[in-house]
Design a protein around this ligand. Sequence first.
Ligand SMILES: [Zn+2]
Length: 599
Amino acid sequence: MDFSNSTPTTFPQDPHSFSRPEIARITHVDWELQVDFEKKQLTGTGFYQINHQDAPEVIFDVRHLHITEVRVDGIDQDVDFILTEEKPFLGQALHIPLQPASNRVEIQFQTTPQAAALQWLEPSQTAGKTHPFLFTQSQAILARTWLPCQDSPSIRFTYTAKVQVPSHLLPLMSADNPQEKDASGRYFFKMEQPIPSYLLSLAVGDLTFAPLGTRCGVYAEPSSIEAAAYEFADTEKMLEAAESLYGPYLWGRYDLLVLPPSFPFGGMENPKLTFATPTIIAGDRSLTSLVAHELAHSWSGNLVTNATWNDFWLNEGFTVYFERRIMEALYGQDYAEMLHTLGYQDLLHTLEDLQDKPQDTCLKLNLENRDPDEGLTEIAYEKGNYFLRHIEKLVGREQFDAFVNKYFGTFRFQSMDTAGFELFLENELINGDEELRQKINAEGWIHTPGLPQGTPPTKAVLFEKVAQELGKWQQGTSARDLATGDWSTHEWLYFLTNLPRELSVSQMQELNQAFGFTDSGNAEIQAEWLRHAIKHRYEMAYPALEAFLVRVGRRKFLLPLYKALLQTEEGKTRARDIYRKARPNYHAVSTSTLDPLLQ
Ligand SMILES: [Zn+2]
């Protein structure tokens, strides 16, 4: 495979990394890692190949990471490295002096209990309840808490890793992965495609593998592997649909890993191995657009990568657009339109939530001196998608697809910033057509808060039926008599998100008796219902609410539920009570958002 495009000559100014790739940068790393569940610690050595021209030093990012020894060029002598003062959420710069001919740096390190990327789970927090579990979440700038690295999305490198784990556990990485345990507990990983540091990942647990096709498979704990394999049966078809849209999949295998419920996100697009929340296992394959989403990142994000976190919309906007094109190819246009409509509703809510921070509703962000995690809103996802759909409608699908294909092909294994995208748009689509330029209005979408005036709303045809049934219920038809028989999760979500603002406890009771929302096995439906339960003081659902918040760590669900609780005095007490019990099960990504609200 040809990865020659991966050698950039210029680098963007990244406000979230101390490294200076323009003077010296990593091109390849060989890691050795020991995973110690007793101490909850990773101990490791990294052998870094450095590309530079007479640079006096190479700079790494580290945060809450203990550096024990540094050597240069394999010389058996400690080097005087410098660690600068700790900065909030950025951590420290690790300066290592170089000689003109230096090309190799060796760093020994140990993680600390504050390593925010890592979550060490007790056996009780797993499905099987007998073995501990470890997983990482490196995006956006947490890789530096478990490995010294140049932690900017614009810097790519290949890697290998020798990993030692307890013999009854299986480690997996964003690399070529084993499918069976090895009694020695020693494993070797290789990633031949150059990736940025935020895509580094490691999971260790009592895991087993099930194939889903020739290139796809799923890993999960033994007790959930069967349900996982059923849920994700269409993965290989999604991969084929994606390739026929935007070109060959360049990463070899595409596997999924189902994590314990504390995983803070829906999914994380770690290359070759998507990390996924178990909350998408609904039993009816109704929440698999998340798989399409993570798969789409194999192009948008992992192949063409946002240059800095200010350009995050390029990763997520393209991925949401691509995800829905995959869903459309598999399940039809009406189905995809439902996803767009639900996304549009979320976008409107986000615009409302961010009223006081209008600049955060531009696609291009300015996150300097802020935690890049703050840019992780629906704006990047749904406004980004909306903008791309807007262009698609103006130029037609055929021309738009040719444009996207060329975008992925031209910039594969490179990073892209917003200005670069705008230039490509100008050269490849607008091409001097002033009228088209006005209509596309890139300035309005990318650099102006909110939605441009006159943006038409999205409304799926299939939701009209839902609105009718909802209307009937409000006119007095009993909930049991509504025609809901063929509804998918998406219709139910539309129903729930469009319930009247005021509901009495007896109306809530009627809905629950008819549809069993409180104990729904579908996390999306249950979370949406529980939000109503809080708002309308439907106390019958409180035990289920507490159980949900204690079990699930996915921030997308936690935040609205806790926020709803915090609206009342009585709710505040309940929220803090539940949070005390639930917090040990949450990843740092979730607690860093929730602590300021609840502690
Ligand atoms: Zn994404």
